[in-house]
Design a protein around this ligand. Structure first.
Ligand code: ATP
Length: 215
């Protein structure tokens, strides 16, 4: 199957599909129809068929998609066949929760190094992850060839740390601070502002009520 450029919206749904296909494979299911998938992942089946056509996967009428084939392809495209090491800066409440979270189970991601300014934390191991002082951050990231970092520091520290991360060769930042950090073009930022997300949910519920379809 060709490695075509996949539309952003499709790429965003990949982990959803992947998780469900993994679940199917683990329960011994060998084929799945777009209708079944649609019900499970709450994406309409026409969108699923279109998404899958980008992967070169064409379901057979009356048969559906081959689960193992699809998984193999998704693994490759999502880099699931190799472990991705991620760094985390700021081991506060949120940072701790993320260190505890088992990314690995479904996604083959692990946080392999954490960093914090607090001397009580630096030099300790938290949830199995070594915490290094900030003075070691650039060196450790380079040595461990970490390219992705989760940022869970206070807002006022975010930009300064981001600049150091860029200098350390980081390619992607998952930014949990409300600050819209500035980075060069070649660095990708994914913003996760939990307070805003919750506010959006409340707003939508108040103004539009529940939705039944994911759009
Ligand atoms: P949160 O729930 O957002 O993690 P918190 O109240 O636990 O909040 P914050 O004050 O947001 O803690 O700080 C998060 C972590 O970031 C703390 O462990 C703190 O020591 C660390 N931190 C603060 N400033 C810096 C900095 N400049 N560089 C690195 N780590 C920092």
């Amino acid at each position: 199957m060709a490695e075509a450029i996949i539309p952003k919206a499709t790429a965003k749904r990949l982990p959803l599909y992947y998780r469900y296909l993994n679940f199917l494979a683990n329960s011994g299911t060998t084929k799945v129809s777009s209708t079944e998938l649609s019900e499970a992942v709450k994406v309409d089946s026409a969108t699923i068929r279109r998404d899958f056509s980008y992967f070169g996967a064409l379901g057979k009428r009356g048969y559906g998609y081959d689960v193992v084939d699809l998984l193999k392809f998704f693994k490759k495209i999502l880099n699931q066949d190799r472990l991705t090491s991620v760094g985390l800066v700021g081991v506060g409440n949120l940072g701790h929760a993320l260190l505890n979270y088992n990314f690995r189970q479904a996604n083959n991601i692990r946080i392999s190094a954490a960093f914090d300014l607090n001397p009580d934390l630096a030099g300790t191991i938290q949830s199995g992850v070594p915490v290094y002082p900030m003075t070691d951050m650039v060196k450790q990231l380079k040595e461990q060839q970490i390219e992705i970092v989760i940022l869970t520091v206070p807002t006022d520290a975010a930009q300064g740390i981001t600049d150091d991360l860029v200098a350390a060769g980081i390619k992607g930042i998952m930014n949990f601070t409300p600050l819209r950090i500035s980075v060069p073009d070649y660095v990708r930022v994914q913003n996760v502002d939990l307070a805003t997300e919750l506010q959006t949910l409340i707003y939508f519920l108040e103004h539009y009520g529940p939705t039944l379809k994911d759009t």
